[in-house]
Design a protein around this ligand. Structure first.
Ligand SMILES: *[C@@H]1O[C@H](CO)[C@@H](O)[C@H](O)[C@H]1NC(C)=O
Length: 182
């Protein structure tokens, strides 16, 4: 019996070693592992109240509208993603043009003094290069990086600075308000 257990464990070990994700990464693992956080078993925080959140509708191209919500509660990138998913059935926001960037930064600036808020970009390692993508997997076809950004030496997440509308690479563990899209 003991021998059987040892064998089974050894087999399991062998299997999981073979299945270690390559550089490509599992699609669901969006936040770089080394940027993970939050105690396991930490209870889910309550959804934002009306006074903590502000909804923004941005008229889109081709008659489509984009719905965003600014949440004035400081969470890590992963914590923010969870609130976007659980409370709004959405994701952290992706931004695809100047007009939306301006609209969002103005909304945020009017509602917080914080220097930065999370949007849904992640800079992570792909094929040995650090590349930035949106967590909603929409095309990376617009960016507004501050000078010297993105950080090209370590995985980071993308923060929008409401003062000037520029984007910066920030450690994903930092807690700040955030913008969801739903
Ligand atoms: C960028 O991608 C978004 C999302 O798919 C799309 O709506 C938008 O038209 C694209 N913009 C450009 C300039 O291609």
């Amino acid at each position: 019996m003991k021998l059987f257990l040892v064998l089974a464990l050894a087999l399991l070990g062998a299997v999981s070693t073979h299945q270690l994700p390559s550089d490509e990464g599992a699609p669901e693992q969006e936040v770089p592992a080394e940027q993970g956080e939050e105690e396991p078993g930490e209870p889910e925080p309550p959804c934002p109240t009306e006074s903590e959140s502000f909804r923004v509708i941005v008229p889109g191209q081709e008659g489509r509208t984009c719905r965003y919500v600014f949440v004035n509660r400081c969470l890590t990138f992963r914590g923010a993603q969870r609130v976007c998913a659980r409370c709004y059935r959405g994701r952290l926001a992706s931004i695809h043009n100047y007009a939306t960037n301006r609209r969002l930064r103005r909304t945020v600036r009017a509602r917080t003094n914080r220097a930065q808020v999370w949007i849904g970009g992640i800079t992570s390692r792909r094929h040995h290069c650090l590349r930035t993508h949106w967590v909603d997997r929409s095309p990376w076809n617009y960016s507004n990086w501050a000078r010297g950004n993105p950080c090209r030496t370590r995985p980071t997440c993308v923060a929008l600075c409401p003062a000037g509308g520029k984007w910066r690479s920030v450690s994903c563990r930092v807690r700040m308000p955030f913008i969801c899209q739903y």
